[in-house]
Design a protein around this ligand. Structure first.
Ligand SMILES: *Cc1c(COP(=O)(O)O)cnc(C)c1O
Length: 317
């Protein structure tokens, strides 16, 4: 398990490499829920998502390697490309064909190779493993890795520094690296704080795995929260048990509820957020999120195709 000491060490290590993102109040959601609601604007992180924290920490801890590789639905690949370039290392990012064009372009712009392999994250992962085995690359996975989880946990330290009286944190949930890190940090400092995970209804591998009591595979389906798609890995060692032990509640959203979250954050709060980053707002608007004290919503990423975003604002999904 990853603990507070690991997360504090990660914060020292990556402090100069990532942005300390702002929190801002949401007047409309505070009225609706009758508690102060804060938006942690991590979609304004360099590379547009929190994943830079974990990737930067993991790359900083590498010894001598030929390069770095991973399989990713997009934001982790982009983050790893950024972190690798900072260290002068080649990066090959293996992605599935479900990953949107804008995310591939962003990886290429960061000087990394985006290698499209198959139609699932698992197939992309096989190619990353081959690079590790045959070509001396370090494989940095998106969530099930102690250094990655510790890096994501720095977001939890930052939130409690900014909102010391937070009663609950709503965390977008896929493979669970973000939730595991944030929960480990927040609960070490404030054992009474509630950690609420939010995923989409269809294709949520962590929800299915928790229900089964062990990691299981689910069919990948397209969702507005594309950064929450993909499996958790049948051999998951860290993020699954940490999520199981540290998460207090899990909320699953329909596509319509996710679209409403995206729309609300744009129209009421002026924030352009991708589907995965909007699930907290979606849950609040759907009346599914309750908190006894100040509630922090992590807006985890902002990498959405502008045309898709515009279509959602017009009411299409
Ligand atoms: C990766 C990602 C998540 C989910 O993080 P996990 O660590 O896989 O649970 C949520 N939001 C965005 C924007 C992401 O890129």
């Amino acid at each position: 398990m990853v603990g507070l000491d690991d997360i504090r060490a990660a914060q020292d290590r990556i402090g100069g490499l990532v942005r300390r993102t702002p929190v801002k109040p949401s007047a409309s959601l505070s009225d609706l829920l009758d508690v102060p609601v804060w938006l942690k604007c991590e979609h304004r992180q360099l590379t547009g998502a929190f994943k830079l924290r974990g990737a930067s920490n993991a790359v900083a801890r590498l010894g001598k390697v030929a390069g770095v590789t991973t399989a990713s639905t997009g934001n982790h690949g982009r983050a790893l490309a950024h972190a690798a370039r900072h260290r002068g290392l080649p990066a090959v990012i293996c992605v599935s064909s479900l990953v949107p064009r804008n995310k591939l372009d962003a990886i290429a712009e960061l000087g990394a190779e985006a290698r499209v392999i198959g139609a699932s994250q698992d197939q992309a992962f096989d190619e990353a493993r081959r690079l590790q085995r045959d070509e001396g690359f370090a494989l940095i996975p998106p969530f099930d890795h102690a250094d990655v989880i510790a890096g994501q946990g720095t977001l939890g330290l930052e939130i409690l520094d900014q909102i010391p009286d937070a009663g609950a944190i709503a965390v977008p949930l896929s493979g669970g690296g973000l939730l595991a890190g944030v929960a480990a940090a927040a609960k070490a400092l404030r054992p009474d704080i509630r950690i609420i995970g939010i995923s989409m209804e269809r294709g949520a591998a962590m929800a299915a795995s928790l229900a089964a009591g062990h990691p299981v595979e689910v069919a990948e389906v397209e969702t507005l929260a594309d950064s929450l798609g993909g499996g958790i890995g049948l051999t998951n060692r860290l993020s699954f048990p940490m999520v199981r032990d540290l998460m207090d509640d899990l909320i699953l959203l329909t596509e319509g509820e996710i679209a409403a979250g995206i729309r609300h954050l744009a129209q009421a709060d002026g924030e352009m957020v991708e589907g995965a980053g909007a699930v907290g707002a979606g849950a609040a608007l759907a009346g599914r999120l309750r908190a006894g004290g100040p509630l922090v919503l992590i807006l985890s990423g902002g990498n959405i195709d502008p045309a898709a975003h515009a279509a959602i604002l017009e009411g299409g999904a």
